[in-house]
Design a protein around this ligand. Sequence first.
Ligand SMILES: [Zn+2]
Length: 142
Amino acid sequence: MVEDCVFCKIVKGELPSRKVYEDDSVIGILDINPFSRGHVLVIPKRHVVWFHEMDEELTKRVFVAANRICQKMKRAYKVKYIDLFARGMRVPHVHIFLIPTIENEENVFDKFINLISYVQENLRPRFSDKEMDEIAEKLRRA
Ligand SMILES: [Zn+2]
């Protein structure tokens, strides 16, 4: 629990939320600024800023909860697919975005990702084959 953390306050019930899931370690709440119908934030109850700072047990619990929430989305709506990404910014407490794309409905996030794909393909940093081999080797050995 961190005093001025919005998500810690939501976990404690000191701020309102539209909770759709809860277990011992994790809550799932509707995002107040949804990219699409049913956009959920998956939040560990323990205050951790980045997902890569969670220990393996909490990581497992958060992603199992995310999967369970996805199954709920699929039961509740005609979901085509669900995007997932993790952040620790704006609110510095891990939150996993689950953004469903529902048949015949708009998903603004998906449009944004398509723009990002254009940027990735056209404006990304260029690495030679040799550099790519070195990067892969460095990560393998790390
Ligand atoms: Zn927090």
